[in-house]
Design a protein around this ligand. Structure first.
Ligand SMILES: Nc1ncnc2c1ncn2[C@@H]1O[C@H](COP(=O)(O)OP(=O)(O)OP(=O)(O)O)[C@@H](O)[C@H]1O
Length: 365
């Protein structure tokens, strides 16, 4: 049996890193599978860059249980002796060299013969569709083209892992979106493992096989994009993933993955129980997305017949955005935000909001 098949390409176990009194990484462990697009997501200061620098060897961690790339222990090894390359946000390209020379640089320092280096550089440039600009200087390229050169330069030496530090951060919105799909295509074509860091949840959800959400030097949650989006495990994760409605309450019951919560105003609703929920009677919160909420004309009658949660309320505000309409409804449990993608009913018809229990998560508060 080939033992390398299931071995993670990257293994980080229990890393602690302190800058003086600041704990940037607080006992973090993570793994990446071969060929995986792994994204480390988090706001500024959460420890993403430090994690990348520890992996690449630019930072020596205060303490680490295990740090292996392709099964090789790389603790204490310099960056050049680790089978990974970093693509920096500012690209770090050489302005005095041509595009082709920039890409061939890593091969040159590895003593690859000149002609071979040139050939491989041109192949890498073909991959990012920049062969025709191989003789240009870096200053003669657009931001997106520079990004592609940086990618070609990092990929040309075929490292086991490519570490990408907010590589799209400097690009404008339109180009960023184009580059997102391009990066995924390149990663798939190369079959290379990407460890990508970003503060953008949209970028993480769009590109990744798996997302590691960090906060204050710790991992809040990791999983597939759909897990983080639909099943946040903590209040922080729900907030970071953009849940518009987070209602405080008290856990009144739990059965398997179902939970009941009493919200302010004494209304009891049902939802999907988070694994981390405490005992019945403890504080809990209900998280629901604005687009999962529906408006009803009245809270009475058939509203709750299909098992939906229902809250009586009145429409306070309605803002038309063209493609969708945002609405704010006041209820006894708090203010509810709705986003409607369909035709918007008139204000007189609104007497309640409703949503399905499977569309909301009950989290520890
Ligand atoms: N060289 C340093 N000296 C002291 N503290 C540092 C240093 N580098 C980072 N820190 C601190 O460590 C913590 C984690 O920083 P890090 O750069 O890893 O976060 P980040 O998630 O990458 O943030 P950003 O998205 O802003 O780059 C922060 O509190 C930061 O202020």
């Amino acid at each position: 049996m080939d033992e390398t098949v299931e071995q993670p390409i990257l293994e980080v176990v229990d890393v602690l890193h302190k800058y003086g009194s600041v704990t940037a990484l607080d006992h973090v462990s993570l793994q990446a599978k071969r060929g995986e697009f792994l994204t480390i997501l988090g706001s500024s200061g959460s420890g993403k860059t430090t994690m990348l620098r520890v992996i690449s060897g630019l930072e020596q961690p205060t303490q680490v249980g295990k740090l292996a790339i392709g099964g090789v222990d790389v603790r204490g090894k310099p960056p050049s002796k680790r089978n990974c390359t970093t693509v920096f946000q500012n690209y770090a390209l050489f302005p005095h060299m041509s595009v082709a020379e920039n890409v061939a640089y890593g091969l040159k320092v590895r003593n690859v013969p000149r002609e071979d280096a040139r050939k491989q550089a041109m192949q890498a440039l073909a991959m990012v569709q920049l062969e025709s600009k191989s003789e240009r200087r870096i200053a003669q390229l657009s931001g997106g083209e520079r990004q592609r050169v940086a990618l070609a330069r990092a990929a040309v030496t075929r490292p086991a892992i490519l570490l990408l530090d907010e590589p799209l951060g400097a690009l404008d919105e339109r180009l960023r979106i184009d580059m997102q799909s391009e990066l995924v295509e390149i990663q798939r074509a190369l079959g290379m493992t990407f460890v990508y860091i970003t503060h953008s949840q949209e970028e993480a959800l769009t590109m990744s096989d798996r997302v590691v959400l960090m906060s204050h030097g710790r991992i809040e949650q990791s999983g597939r994009p759909v897990d983080l989006f639909d099943r946040p495990a903590t209040l922080f994760a729900a907030g970071f993933m953009g849940y518009e409605n987070i209602l405080p309450g008290r856990l009144t019951g739990r059965q398997g993955d179902q939970a009941t919560v009493e919200l302010a105003g004494g209304i009891t609703v049902r939802g999907v129980a988070s694994e981390a929920l405490g005992a019945v009677g403890t504080q809990a919160a209900l998280a629901v997305r604005a687009e999962r909420m529906a408006l009803l004309a009245t809270a009475d009658g058939d509203a709750g017949r299909d098992g939906a949660n229902v809250l009586a309320g009145t429409l306070r505000k309605q803002i038309y955005h063209g493609k969708y309409t945002d609405q704010t409804v006041d209820t006894a449990a708090g203010t509810i935000r709705l986003r409607r993608w369909d035709r918007v009913p008139s204000a007189e018809q609104v007497g309640a909001v409703a949503w399905q229990p499977e569309d909301c998560i009950v989290l520890p508060a």
